[in-house]
Every structure is written in structure tokens, then in C-alpha cells.
Design a protein around this ligand. Structure first.
Ligand code: GLY
Length: 256
């Protein structure tokens, strides 16, 4: 990694961190700088291949809510992580308004922060926002006006699953420009909602144009139904060398 400069400049420094074990959970949260309102939790699947094997990717699929994130963890994270984070930024004179990404690990010694991002997650957002029942614009206005404490944000009690279809070879070398079949003229499937991540439209046809190509997403009354719907749609969408994980949501189903 160092000798070949595999990750460019960003790979020239090594940071040694505590080794943590346990299920990962992503919690995106709205904050107006004073109040923090966590969204529904989600679980990303970062490795390229089934059984969490292969290289790390930007995310090969997600499910929400994350069943490992119990009410006890919710309460612990709120008191020990979310509120102190917001308060610390305020105390430093740099209050943060917007969407904060908490990448957490539920270790045997409690919940710990793996990473923060000041943005939504990808592909977490694909499964979190479909479960949001409150108008996102109302939330943004409350954030802007610092009135988040006055807004009751409502969430559906359904589940949501997203399966990413990637170009074969991703996250290493991959080929683009492959024609995608199974999408209608709006780039959608009749079976699930399709987020376009790496595609291009040319003369009415969709072609691959990136590593992660599509995020095929469905909601269901429970996780099993959401996964069934998403995978049924995935089965109808093809392009040369398409690659997707077959086990999205399996760890969550076991936890349930
Ligand atoms: N899915 C990981 C991220 O958005 O950072």
C-alpha cells in the first residue's frame, strides 16, 4: 500500500486504531445544531462478495431498520454519542446543521463510533428515506430555522432493502459501457424502485458508467418481504459482467 502508493496521497499515512468487533449500524441523524433526531437505523454491506468476503466497497447493499440496533442501544447512543457530539460542536463554536452520519459498531463493551460523515450515506439513504413519512422539506425547514425540537418526525413501520448491482471487477478495475436490460424508459423496474448510481442514457438505452451501477430497492411489511421484492427485481435486470451480493440482509434476518 505504501510502496506502490495504492491509495494515492490519502494512503501515505497509517493510523492505528482500536480493533472493534460486533455488528455495524449506520444511524443518520437530522440536527439543527441543538437538537438531534436520529433517523431509522440501517445496515450496510461493505465487502464486495457474499459472506463479507472480498474488498471493501462503498456499499453493496443495505437494509433498514437494523435489528441489531435494539432499544437499549438506541438509548445508549443517544446519551453517550449523539447528544455529546452535537453539544461538543456547539461548545467549540461550530454548531452543525444538516444530516450527520454516525457509523457505529455495537461491541461487547457498548456502542462505539467508527466514523462520522457530514452527509447522508450511500447506499443507506436508499433504504432510510423510503420509510420517512414526514415531508423532508418540513424537516429541512425545521433544521434551518433551528426548530427541530418542535417537529414530530414520523417513520413507517415497514422494512426496506437495497441490492446494489455493480460492474464485474468493482472495486478494482471494471469495464463500463455495457447495455443494461430490464429497465423501462424511465430507468425503472415494475418490481422495485431503481436508483441510478453509475449509468448513462444514450438514444433511449441505459448503459453502465461506473462501479456501482444500480441500487434496486423495495419496501415490505417486514425485512423478508422487502428482500424478496428487491431480489425479484434484481433477477430481471442484466448487463454483461453484472455482479451483486446474494446475501444482503441475511445477517439481519438471523438477528431477527
Ligand atoms: N455507505 C457508507 C458511506 O456512505 O459512507
Amino acid at each position: 500500500m505504501l510502496l506502490d502508493g495504492k491509495f494515492g496521497k490519502s494512503g501515505s499515512e497509517i493510523v492505528i486504531e482500536e480493533f472493534m468487533t460486533g455488528p455495524e449500524v449506520t444511524v443518520l441523524a437530522f440536527t439543527d445544531g441543538k437538537t438531534v433526531k436520529p433517523m431509522i437505523s440501517s445496515m450496510d454491506h461493505k465487502r464486495a462478495n457474499d459472506n463479507d468476503e472480498g474488498l471493501n466497497t462503498g456499499g453493496m447493499g443495505t437494509i433498514a431498520p437494523n435489528p441489531c440496533y435494539t432499544d437499549a442501544f438506541k438509548a445508549e447512543c443517544m446519551e453517550k454519542i449523539f447528544k455529546p457530539t452535537i453539544a461538543a460542536m456547539q461548545a467549540e463554536g461550530r454548531p452543525f446543521k444538516g444530516c450527520l452520519y454516525f457509523g457505529l459498531m455495537l461491541t461487547p463493551n457498548g456502542a462505539k463510533v467508527v466514523e462520522y460523515n457530514c452527509r447522508f450515506g450511500d447506499p443507506e439513504t436508499q433504504v432510510v428515506l423510503p420509510l420517512l413519512e414526514t415531508d423532508l422539506v418540513d424537516i429541512m425547514e425545521a433544521v434551518w430555522e433551528e426548530k427541530l425540537d418542535q417537529l414530530d418526525i414520523k417513520w413507517s413501520d415497514k422494512s426496506c432493502a437495497c441490492v446494489v448491482i455493480a460492474s464485474g471487477g468493482y472495486p478494482e478495475k471494471y469495464v463500463t459501457g455495457k447495455e443494461i436490460s430490464g429497465l423501462d424508459e424511465k430507468g425503472q423496474s415494475p418490481l422495485a424502485y431503481v436508483y441510478h448510481a453509475g449509468t448513462k442514457l444514450e438514444n433511449g438505452k441505459y448503459y453502465t458508467a461506473g462501479g456501482r451501477v444500480l441500487g434496486v430497492t423495495a419496501t415490505g411489511k417486514d425485512l423478508r418481504e422487502a428482500l424478496d421484492k428487491a431480489y425479484k427485481a434484481v433477477d430481471t435486470i442484466t448487463f454483461e459482467n453484472a455482479h451483486y451480493r446474494k446475501d444482503i440482509g441475511q445477517r439481519a434476518l438471523k438477528a431477527l
